[in-house]
Design a protein around this ligand. Structure first.
Ligand code: C2E
Ligand code: MG
Ligand code: MG
Ligand code: MG
Length: 286
């Protein structure tokens, strides 16, 4: 495990109690002020190319440090933000923060694409679309939008035109968590994307399961034939890295490489990684 730095999963509450309706209601109201009180931050998880070991992009992941509750995981507050409509403010904030952080990273010599998670249902929101296009064209940002969740299919026409508008201003598009839902192929049919990000559930048992390797192989080939690059998420072991390289996966991401890191720790990671990756090529020429 080459992960270093922040351990960001310190939970001091009981998950079952937390999920109760009362708590969700409380969280809902507390989220309204969370952005203004600076309780939300972004951590960044590196992605590495298998061909040359280079880290050319990182994924921004939201963190909520609640003054009393402690760390609230995104799996808990993102669905609430989606239900209450706060996801739009949160996502716009994330994009602006990522743009600022990218400028800081460039100043310290690191040129990486920043990927942001975008809830599918936001694609149907015209005001959101216009805002993002305005942000992206105002600055020389290098961003990728990872489209998550299934609501996108509910409004295929809007989703398609939003995606086309984003790509027209130079934003890259990734289909996130591919293979985790039931409608994965429908996504592929609908969305013209640059990247296919394969869900952790198809990655975890790769080294032990011939069946999973066959599914992975045909998914990678399918993505390549549609002109997309392939990212595997949740890569935790060297054995899985080896499998993915053999199967032709372009990019890997997971605890094996690094956990999500705060900005300063990310810059340090990128420095150290650049120094070590030069003499350890991952994929043998075949
Ligand atoms: P995701 O986009 O699929 O992000 C990957 C999640 O898996 C992250 O959890 C990450 O910390 C975790 N992870 C990464 N590598 C490994 C690994 O090797 N093993 C294991 N077991 N886990 C790994 P996180 O940060 O808790 O985020 C959970 C989900 O919350 C994300 O899934 C994403 O769907 C959502 N999310 C996070 N931030 C945002 C945001 O700003 N906006 C939206 N719309 N969704 C977000
Ligand atoms: Mg993601
Ligand atoms: Mg994902
Ligand atoms: Mg996932």
């Amino acid at each position: 495990d080459r992960a270093g730095g922040a351990v960001d999963r310190v939970c001091v509450y009981d998950e079952a109690t937390f999920a109760s309706a009362d708590n969700n209601l409380a969280l809902m109201t507390e989220m309204i002020d969370a952005l203004g009180r600076n309780e939300i931050s972004l951590h960044y998880q590196p992605k590495m190319q298998t061909a040359d070991g280079q880290v050319t992009s990182v994924e921004a992941l939201c963190r909520w440090h609640h003054p009393i509750r402690g760390f609230v995981p995104p799996d808990l507050f993102i669905p609430i933000a989606e239900q209450t409509g706060q996801i739009r403010a949160l996502t716009e904030w994330s994009i602006l923060r990522a743009i600022q952080d990218q400028i800081r990273l460039r100043a310290s010599g690191h040129d990486v694409t920043i990927a942001l998670n975008i809830s599918g249902r936001l694609l149907a929101d015209d005001a959101f679309k216009d805002k993002v296009i305005q942000f992206a064209s105002a600055v020389d940002a290098d961003l990728c939008l990872e489209i998550t969740e299934t609501a996108v299919i509910d409004n295929p026409d809007k989703a398609r035109s939003a995606i086309a508008a984003f790509r027209a201003v130079g934003l890259k598009i990734s289909i996130d968590d591919y293979g985790s839902g039931l409608s994965s192929l429908a996504y592929l049919k609908l969305l013209n994307a640059d990247e296919l990000k394969i869900d952790r559930s198809l990655v975890t048992e790769l080294a032990d399961s011939q069946r999973d390797r066959l599914i992975m192989k045909s998914t990678i080939d399918l993505a390549h034939s549609l002109g997309m690059s392939v990212v595997a998420e949740g890569v935790e072991t060297e054995a899985i890295v080896a499998c993915l390289s053999l199967l032709g996966c372009d990019v890997i991401q997971g605890y094996w490489l690094s956990r999500p890191l705060p900005l300063v720790a990310l810059a340090t990671f990128l420095d150290e990684h650049a120094a070590t990756s030069l003499d350890t090529p991952l994929r043998q020429a075949s």
